[in-house]
Design a protein around this ligand. Structure first.
Ligand code: ZN
Length: 466
């Protein structure tokens, strides 16, 4: 029913190119600098929002990804990355670089300066200048604010600029998550357009150049990646948003020419890089992305099989907002202001690989229009849920009940189940100082009776912390 965040991995920004040709270009006279000036894209967020959003989503990223957590490697990445970031234009973000223990050649950047470098990328690079080129590309996504610009462009047309502008203020994230139709936000943050990728290539080359690195290394690295991908094979949709490989290398070389070519005494390698690379090769091999995906927190590999019946025994859960109890054989997964409680196999994947809750409960907040009553706020919430779930219909109109000792409304909704037939959704909503607090409990209609007792036990255990 609801769509939580897309798997970060599948949206990780690839610096990959397929087949390619590297063009030899004559250099301009030394010193000439006619670099491309990149104009900022439409963005309703503030740089502070970028930092907040990135920090929030980095928590989720680090829960889902196997982090290397090696001080030596992360220190090296931070020293190199921060040196490069000094040459990024615009707002100075608090850059932070971390190594992910995955063998794939990949890297991605969250808004506000959190950059993740896969171990396979460092191991695949021939020299520091190649790594610097890739880091320059990722830093460029941050500096050019591509993540929040994509969110702006994706959300503003559907909710209206005025609404989006009005929610960007205090607690932008919590409000935005609801505006975004619940959970597509984090996939949007990493869904860069072709133009974004081109801009990041161009600015990345400028950054590497200005930091004194051989800017041709980025183009060289594309060759390394092409070979890597030939070996591994990658689903074609992975590249759908990237410019054609030939064009990409061509454009990088064109930019180098505009910059006046390779800087004098351009740096190619360093003893530190060689040491880190040697050290990484000495560690036990990192898993491949596909192996990591199988251990994803939702356990969607088992989706399709009917989950085990919910245990009558309950376990506690608490976060900043609530304390509750839920079946002891279920798991919990928090993201942003939302918490998902679900059994193994209870989360399916839609055709785009986004997780969808088929069995379980989700707790979240929703921002209604100012001054809304509980009745009107609940209607707004249902309308908002319908935006991201077009098949959603009201099965039983809202009726009064209690949640955590507060006046609440209870309604039943019907939707298409991601697993089988129709699903029944029990929605319980109450008004809190920071908006509507709600719980949706979901199961396929055919199985709902086996879950209703557990859903009730969880609802009855609710306790607001303040
Ligand atoms: Zn990119």
């Amino acid at each position: 029913m609801y769509r939580p965040s897309a798997r970060l991995l599948s949206h990780a920004c690839r610096v990959f190119l397929g087949s390619l040709c590297i063009l030899a270009l004559a250099s301009l006279p030394a010193g000439a600098d006619e670099r491309t000036k990149i104009q900022p894209q439409w963005n309703l967020f503030s740089p502070q929002d970028d930092i907040k959003l990135g920090a929030q989503y980095s928590e989720e990223a680090e829960q889902q990804l196997p982090m290397l957590k090696d001080e030596k490697v992360n220190d090296y990445l931070n020293t190199l990355g921060k040196r490069l970031a000094q040459f990024a234009p615009g707002e100075k973000y608090p850059y932070e670089f971390k190594c992910v223990n995955v063998a794939d050649v990949n890297a991605f950047a969250l808004p506000g300066g959190r950059i993740y470098v896969f171990r396979g990328l460092i191991q695949a690079a021939d020299n520091e200048a190649q790594l610097a080129g890739v880091l320059g590309h990722e830093i460029s996504h941050v500096a050019l604010r591509h993540g929040t610009s994509q969110v702006t462009k994706s959300i503003a047309p559907s909710v209206g600029v005025a609404v989006l502008s009005s929610v960007l203020g205090n607690n932008a994230l919590g409000k935005l998550v609801t505006v975004a139709g619940a959970f597509s936000l984090n996939s949007l943050l990493l869904k860069y357009s072709r133009t974004d990728e081109s801009e990041a290539d161009i600015l990345g080359v400028q950054i590497a150049h200005d930091a004194g690195y051989d800017p041709h290394a980025l183009a060289d690295f594309f060759t390394v990646l092409a070979e890597e991908e030939k070996k591994m094979g990658v689903p074609p949709e992975f590249f759908s948003n990237h410019p054609s490989p030939e064009h990409r290398v061509e454009r990088v070389n064109e930019e180098i020419q505009k910059l006046g070519g390779r800087p004098a005494n351009a740096k190619t390698d360093s003893a530190e890089f060689r040491e880190i690379r040697r050290y990484l090769f000495s560690l036990p091999p990192a898993p491949r992305r596909i192996e990591v995906a199988e251990t994803d927190p939702y356990g969607t590999a088992n989706a399709g099989a009917t989950p085990d019946a919910p245990s009558a025994k309950l376990q506690p859960f608490e976060n900043d907002a609530v304390k509750l109890e839920f079946p002891s054989n279920w798991k919990s997964n928090g993201q942003g202001s939302a918490v998902t409680l679900y059994p193994e196999g209870g989360v399916a994947r839609d055709e785009r690989g986004n997780p969808e809750l088929a069995y379980g409960a989700m707790v979240n907040r929703f921002e209604p229009r100012a001054g809304s009553t509980l009745e009107s706020a609940t209607d707004q919430l249902i309308a908002s849920l319908r935006q991201s779930n077009p098949a959603l219909e009201v099965h039983r109109r809202p009726e009064p009940m209690r949640l955590g000792g507060q006046r609440a409304l209870s309604a039943y909704l019907l939707n298409d189940s991601p697993i089988k037939g129709k699903e029944l959704i029990w929605l319980v909503a109450t008004l809190r100082p920071d908006g509507v607090f709600y719980v949706v409990s979901v199961a396929p209609q055919a199985d709902y009776d086996h879950y209703s007792k557990s859903f009730e036990a969880t609802i009855n255990s609710f306790h607001f912390r303040q």
